[in-house]
Write a protein that binds this ligand. Structure first.
Ligand code: HEM
Length: 515
């Protein structure tokens, strides 16, 4: 009898322990397939560092929408183009919030607040998103084109010098990082980093923001999913170090702007407009959040796309794409004025298609910024209750064969013939919290392509050990990062007609000398 009681007690204890270890923040959703996992970790071990590719493969077996357990957090993964459309677009007003995570929200963001892209939906987020959306809408972006003129010219000028008439292969990454960062800094603070690609502030901001982007990832921080791990985690110390380094330059840049405003030497910029507007409804914390968003949002994403695009152009197939692009540009601009005209219009459909295919092919945020629904959402007879965390597997949706024929191939032409009238790809996310900077980013990519392709023939590096990895997931040097961090590589850059490129540069310098 005593043995029987002991046996029952052990079974009950095991049951209770399993129940506790398998508990999740939100209960299992009825009718949505669940990936089998193990106690405490759920599916974390199976997902490893490669969430997007593993989830894409699971979708083949479990269907496009399934639920997984990341430690004690229940996540609904959405993996196909149509299923993303259902949740992110049809139900966009329900799927408007964002969940919070321990590492990013409690450690990294404790001083400058959250970026807009990591803020749950509330009145403050609404105000900040509105301010950013107004500053980044189509007409506003058009007025920023002189900044893109200057910054793309500066990067191309330095590339032209460093490639030594095509004899030296170059790593395009720092040139494009400077292009993106200086554009954002000028827009936001009316200030740009002068000097070359080794400038201390440029390298500090690029490095710190990259490290912080790694903390934001859905796969890097197990302590976000297993609370017990927070007691032993080393990541917190590293996260704190980067928070302090970020605080330094953000505070310096804001104080410098305030000083310029006080002296009357400031140039028009987004933060200056807010600071000077007596009607502005944003408090200091909200202003800091906008600054943080503006500095960080385009810093990994814009250069990631441009440099991977350049990597592809350097391949054998890339040579024929460059030839087609050049022909398309010359057809519209036979007088060689594409450098200037690309600032006022977007009239070369092949380049627009090349931009879209670049965004789709590399989908540099493969698992899109997480969302949380504020109202129940129906799906094929099931109801997903409010408060559930959603991951859009943008990589899987952008490689969905029912939307994109031969998704593994880089085919800009697919977007010339595209009949889809809605969101063409999910590199910018979709719906109510879609990227607020997409017009600006599109113009940055379009300008970069027009100017790079007319200036250089981009060729393969002479040293095959420096060749780029093209595959959208394998090219990532930090697989656990939120944003693709391309493995370093080099390309050849051969000026097509150096005298002409120098003339375009001189004209652009003349146009932008007041900036
Ligand atoms: C190629 C470049 C870029 C890519 C691929 C990209 C991608 C994304 C993605 C995937 C999201 C999440 C969308 C969602 O949840 O549906 C996002 C959000 C956001 N992006 Fe971008 N982005 C880029 C450039 C920029 C730039 C240059 C800015 C501004 C300077 C910007 C500002 C924002 C903001 C403010 C949000 C937050 C929107 C919100 O949560 O309401 N992005 N971006």
């Amino acid at each position: 009898m005593a043995f029987q009681i002991l046996g029952i007690a052990i079974i009950a204890a095991v049951f209770v322990v399993l129940k506790v270890l398998n508990a999740t923040d939100t209960p299992k959703v009825k009718g949505i397939p669940e990936i089998p996992g193990i106690p405490l970790f759920g599916n974390l071990l199976q997902l490893g560092v490669d969430h997007a590719r593993v989830a894409k493969n699971w979708a083949l077996k479990y269907g496009p929408v399934f639920q997984a357990r990341l430690g004690n957090r229940r996540i609904v993964f959405v993996n196909s183009y149509e299923a993303v459309k259902h949740f992110w677009i049809t139900h966009q007003s329900s799927l408007i919030s964002r969940p919070t995570f321990h590492t990013f929200h409690s450690v990294v963001s404790s001083s400058q607040g959250f970026t807009i892209g990591t803020s749950p939906w509330d009145e403050s987020c609404k105000r900040r998103r509105k301010a950013a959306a107004t500053a980044l809408n189509r007409p506003a972006v058009q007025s920023y084109m002189p900044i893109l003129d200057l910054e793309s010219t500066m990067s191309i000028k330095e590339l032209l010098n460093d490639c030594m008439r095509g004899s030296h292969d170059v790593d395009p990454s720092p040139y494009m990082a400077r292009f993106a960062l200086n554009t954002s800094l000028t827009l936001n603070y009316g200030f740009r980093i002068d000097g070359n690609i080794t400038n201390e502030l440029l390298t500090e901001i690029t490095h710190v923001e990259r490290e912080i982007s790694n903390f934001r990832s859905t796969s890097n921080n197990w302590q976000d999913y297993i609370p017990l791990m927070r007691m032993f985690s080393k990541t917190n110390t590293k996260a704190e170090e980067y928070r302090l380094r970020r605080d330094k330059y953000l505070t310096d840049m804001l104080n410098d702007l305030k000083e310029r405003i006080a002296n009357g030497t400031d140039k028009p910029c987004i933060t200056g407009n807010i600071l000077k507007d007596p009607e502005a409804k944003l408090n200091e914390a909200e202003l800091k959040s906008i600054c943080l968003t503006m500095v960080s949002a385009g810093l990994d994403t814009v250069p990631g796309n441009i440099i991977m695009g350049m990597a592809y152009l350097s391949t054998e197939h890339g040579q024929s794409i460059q030839a087609k692009a050049l022909e398309a540009i010359q057809e519209v601009y036979p007088d060689g004025d594409a450098w200037e005209k690309c600032l006022v219009e977007e009239k070369v459909p092949y380049i627009t298609a090349l931009v879209k295919e670049t965004l789709r092919f590399w989908t540099v945020i493969p698992i899109c910024l997480p969302r949380m629904n504020i109202k129940d959402i129906p799906y094929e007879g099931s109801i997903i209750p409010a408060g559930t965390t959603f991951f859009m597997n943008a990589y899987a949706a952008d490689y969905d064969e029912s939307r994109f024929k031969l998704p593994d191939q880089f085919i800009p032409e697919r977007f010339l013939e595209d009949k889809e009238t809605g969101t063409p790809h999910y590199a910018y996310g979709a719906g109510s919290r879609m990227c607020a900077g997409s017009h600006l980013a599109n113009r940055e990519l379009y300008t970069a392509y027009i100017r790079l392709i007319t200036s250089f023939q981009i060729t393969a590096t002479k040293d095959s050990t420096q060749a780029p990895v093209i595959h959208p997931i394998d090219c990532n040097g930090t697989p656990t990062s939120l944003t693709t961090d391309p493995k370093p590589f080099k390309v050849g850059m051969k000026p097509r007609d150096e005298a002409k490129v120098r003339q375009w540069i001189a004209e652009a310098e003349e146009r932008t000398k007041h900036l």
